[in-house]
Design a protein around this ligand. Structure first.
Ligand code: NAP
Length: 229
């Protein structure tokens, strides 16, 4: 069965999601609120894009030369019983994990077959799981199918950044959209919106139906939507 998928983002009033330059005391409270509301969704795995995962991993590089021979392009699971999984959409294998844990979740790298053998050998050496979801580009539907079939995932939460959240929504995979509107206007129009879709992939807006709107502490507003039928 297809997992239930929630996309959870926080945004400025003018629709921006890059939080650099937002004051630290303000962002500490906003991040706490973001995590607290995310936990209400009781998910098995959280999914983020490569750029966001690089910020979470705090790693710059990984050791090269670990692969002694070509590594088969088959999934590798170092842990199938984790309480939660951190799923990294990383087509070319760039995220330099320091361990197989990210925010208390077991890391699963989603790569393409074009990834290097050295990267796969490195993931195996630190027991990070990996799955293949495309030859040269990631097929998000395939990602969801593999997580359901191989790890029994029933509820997934997509937590950005804007490009991965936009891609999941645009692919019609998201059942529910959750956005926390923070009380600030960012004003940097050149920064990505909270949901970004590649021009070549865009066909129409994603139409939504509002299901809840709640004022939260600090003047944030939590909006929840279902896909419009
Ligand atoms: N406000 C929020 O709620 C929130 C939440 C999370 C993150 N963020 C912020 O968002 C920023 C990063 O956002 P981002 O949008 O630049 O990056 P992102 O969504 O984290 O990652 C995008 C990358 O994912 C890979 N990818 C694979 N398949 C993709 C697909 N179908 N569509 C899109 N990307 C795909 C690509 O990696 P390659 O380039 O390697 O091919 C792409 O560059 C960070 O600064 C983070 O702090 C904000």
């Amino acid at each position: 069965m297809k997992p239930y998928i929630i996309c959870h983002m926080m945004s400025s009033l003018d629709g921006h999601a890059l939080t650099d330059g937002w004051a630290r005391p303000f962002m500490k409270d906003a991040n706490t609120l973001y995590e607290k509301l995310a936990e209400r969704f009781a998910f098995d795995a959280w999914i983020c894009g490569r750029v966001t995962m690089q910020e979470i991993s705090h790693g710059d590089t990984y050791p090269k030369g670990l692969a002694r021979s070509p590594i088969p392009r088959t999934h590798y699971f170092a842990d199938r019983d984790a309480a939660k999984y951190a799923v990294s959409i990383d087509p070319h294998g760039k995220v330099a994990w320091k361990s197989n844990q990210a925010l208390d979740s077991h890391v699963v790298e989603v790569v393409t077959e074009a990834v290097s053998d050295d990267y796969l050998a490195y993931l195996q050496s630190i027991k990070v799981s990996y799955i293949f979801a495309g030859e040269r580009e990631i097929d998000l539907q395939r990602v969801v199918d593999i997580l359901a079939k191989e790890l029994g995932a029933q509820r997934l939460i997509v937590e950005g950044g804007p490009h991965v959240s936009g891609a999941f929504v645009n692919a019609g995979l998201v059942d529910e959209v959750s956005v926390i509107i923070l009380p600030l206007i960012d004003g940097r129009g050149e920064h990505p919106a909270s949901f970004e879709v590649a021009p070549k992939a865009w066909t129409q807006p994603a139409y939504l139906t509002l299901t809840a709107a709640d004022v939260q502490e600090g003047g944030a507003v939590w909006l929840r939507y279902k896909q419009a039928s």
